[in-house]
Design a protein around this ligand. Structure first.
Ligand code: AIR
Ligand code: ASP
Length: 284
């Protein structure tokens, strides 16, 4: 295979130059980090599962009309995505209090809030991604009011859809983090689309019956085997047969390939689709 140009390496993913203009390849690593990379481990199978789960959820969101960067799965660890200009804001939606919200405000974990909460964090590893307000975003020009409104309204739609989807398979969506990117049309018009990944690395999912945590908190707080939790989620989503495609780091490649083909069939219809002039996300 020809050597590809590495564009960026993050904590959990690597970006390579894409195969077509305006695209990049997103490679999912097995690295797990927490607390701004203070804790680090390599967990066999994590990347494969996140690639599968993220491809599936992004495809579902596209079907609802929420624009995402996902184009198609390439293999077990890679997906082709649109190249975007990342907006340096992490948008977190919370339905139930957990994590840093509890720590910051002294709230008991599991507290159901009167209404879901949206929080913004400045995407800056060196600073540990600090909490910011809308005012900071506008004052420093990280996004303009139009862009932020788009992001927040997409986040609510994502929350409604994913909460329902997970509740139907016995999982509670506690919170999640989204990242967005800008793309530009032929005439310079701006579109905001969902980027990064949607996986148990960036959401909290609790078993509705037992309350067991199935997401990255297993790794953060040593609650149990991480891959077992991720595999449980993938099984419930119907992405892998019971027993899983990942066992002790060994991967059933044939099976995984077949599953990718199905996903790609869905993605094919919108493969590198034109920036539709009727697109609602258009800024005139
Ligand atoms: N998140 C935030 N920064 C990185 C990640 N992955 C996600 C967490 C959690 C939500 O955002 O995985 O689902 C809220 O995180 P926290 O740590 O602020 O409570
Ligand atoms: N992934 C981030 C980190 O390394 C934050 C987290 O998920 O806890 O530190």
């Amino acid at each position: 295979m020809a050597r590809r140009k590495k564009l960026y390496e993050g904590k959990a993913k690597i970006l390579y130059e894409g195969t077509e203009p305006g695209t990049v390849i997103q490679y999912f690593k097995d690295d797990a980090t927490a607390f701004n990379a203070e804790k680090h481990d390599v967990i066999a199978g994590k990347g494969v599962l996140n690639n599968r789960i993220s491809a599936h959820l992004m495809t579902k969101l596209e079907q609802l009309g929420i624009p995402t960067h996902f184009i198609r799965s390439i293999n077990m660890r890679e997906q082709l995505v649109r190249s975007v200009e990342i907006i340096p804001i992490e948008l977190v939606v919370r339905n139930i209090a957990a994590g840093t919200l509890c720590k910051r405000l002294g709230i008991k974990e599991g507290t159901v809030m009167q209404r879901p909460l949206v929080e913004f964090f400045y995407k800056k590893d060196e600073l540990g991604d600090p909490l910011i307000s809308e005012e900071h975003i506008f004052a420093f020009g990280w996004a303009d009011p139009y862009e932020l409104e788009e992001m927040v309204s997409m986040a609510w739609r994502v929350n409604d859809f994913l909460s329902g989807l997970f509740s139907g398979i016995g999982l509670q969506l506690v919170d999640f983090k989204l990242e967005f990117g800008r793309i530009y049309g032929e005439n310079g018009e701006l579109y905001i689309i969902l980027a990064d990944e949607l996986s148990p690395d960036n959401c909290r999912l609790w078993d509705s019956k037992t309350g067991e945590k199935m997401d990255k908190d297993r790794f953060r707080f040593d609650l149990g085997d991480l891959v077992e939790g991720y595999q449980f989620i993938a099984e419930r989503l119907g992405l892998i047969p019971e027993g899983g495609i990942v066992k002790g780091g060994n991967i059933n490649e044939k099976l995984a390939e077949k599953l990718d083909l199905i996903e790609n069939e869905l993605a094919e219809k919108r493969k590198l689709r034109d920036l539709n002039p009727g697109n609602k996300n258009r800024k005139s």
